[in-house]
Design a protein around this ligand. Structure first.
Ligand SMILES: [Zn+2]
Ligand SMILES: [Zn+2]
Length: 370
């Protein structure tokens, strides 16, 4: 077990291939540059074109590939590092970096060797938003935080941005569903309105494209992460380790077959809505259908998010910027003075209502006395 504990540390599991990712001018490690879509050197500014390698992601994995791993591509020349503090697991290639854990900030990332059996990503959504742009987005966001303490703007400084590739499964499938159900149609109006129920059956076909499931167990349950993770999956490119240069990539913790179960649930919901629309019923009773799926394809995709945090009164607040769209989400401190004011207003309104009620009771009581 090797401890990686400085931000500048770069582990190269395969130093041979890493050498061609060194700056031709000064020998520093190259990073992917969202502005040019190529690699560039932070130290001397030299850029290296990787455009000739840009390709569409291909068809992805079949269900059989996911279940048996037959014909699957495995992640090559990579290692997995695990955060000792929060348990986050990240892919380490010759090109990617391992510095601090992007989720909890801990610097104890330990190498593990469970890369065996890890599927290779099908595609990557490259970063479109640069670190400088992400920083500006953060500053605008924090300036707009309402109800925040007055000194937030001067005190809150982003603690540096880490670019993270978050794992997703993206499913395509053709579906065929024979259905039968009870559908209600309303006739007449007013008092004469009545519903006539009809039993109807038919066949409904739906081709699903790009049903997207987050492949990180930790992030799946986090509302902030979910709200920042709207990606245009049509811009996916074929997986290329060069696109990971300078970023951290999380390993999938929800595997393909598990993600497919979730995807099927969602697709079922869409099929049901499709059937209801097709029968254009006013009311719907029980609908029975069991979809058959064919041509199922799963793409394992890495999607870009800038992660930062800031400290305010010793509390750490995380902020996320979507690396493709620039959408920003974050948590921020709320001002105590503001909260007290809100409570006071609520108090006055409630007090007022209570007083009015008491006066009304009193009047009613007087009236009864007479
Ligand atoms: Zn250089
Ligand atoms: Zn961590």
């Amino acid at each position: 077990m090797e401890n990686v504990n400085t931000a500048a540390t770069v582990i190269n599991p395969n130093s041979e291939s890493a050498d061609n990712r060194k700056c031709p001018s000064c020998g520093a490690t190259l990073k992917f540059d969202p502005a040019t879509g190529g690699l560039s050197c932070e130290f001397c500014g030299r850029s290296v074109d990787i455009h000739q390698q840009i390709q569409p992601p291909g068809v992805g994995y079949s269900l059989e590939d996911l279940n048996t791993h037959a014909g699957a591509h495995y992640l090559q020349q990579a290692k997995i590092v695990c955060c000792a503090t929060c348990g986050g697991k990240f892919i380490l290639t010759a090109q990617s970096i391992a510095a601090n854990c992007p989720y909890c900030g801990s610097n104890s990332l330990n190498e593990t060797d469970d890369v065996t059996g890890m599927l290779e990503p099908t595609g990557v959504l490259p970063f479109k938003i640069s670190k400088d742009e992400a920083t500006k987005i953060f500053e605008n966001w924090i300036a707009k935080q309402r109800f925040s303490p007055a000194d937030l703007l001067t005190k809150a400084r982003a603690a540096g941005f880490v670019g993270v590739y978050v794992p997703y499964w993206v499913f395509d499938a053709n579906t065929y569903s024979a259905y039968s159900g009870k559908f209600g149609y309303t006739y007449g109006s007013g008092d004469d309105e009545y519903t006539k129920w009809e039993t109807r059956s038919g066949v409904f076909k739906l081709d699903v494209k790009g049903e997207t499931i987050i492949a990180s167990q930790r992030l799946a349950g986090d509302s902030m992460w979910n709200s920042v993770s709207e990606f245009n999956m049509n811009l996916m490119r074929k997986y290329d380790p060069d696109l990971l240069a300078g970023f951290v990539a999380e390993r999938y913790s929800i595997d393909g077959p598990a993600a497919w179960l979730t995807a099927k649930d969602r697709i079922r919901g869409k099929i049901k809505i499709g059937i209801i629309n097709r029968e254009s019923a006013d009311r719907v009773g029980e609908i029975k259908f069991e979809p058959e799926y064919s041509n199922v394809r799963a793409k394992y995709c890495l999607a870009p998010v800038w992660v930062t945090s800031f400290k305010y009164n010793d509390q750490v607040y995380q902020v996320l910027v979507n690396g493709q769209s620039g959408e920003v989400r974050g948590r921020s401190p709320k001002s105590m003075r503001f909260l007290l004011r809100i409570l006071m207003i609520i108090g006055i309104v409630m007090g007022g209502l209570l007083t009015m009620r008491m006066i009304m009771y009193f009047i009613a009581w007087i009236m009864q006395m007479r």
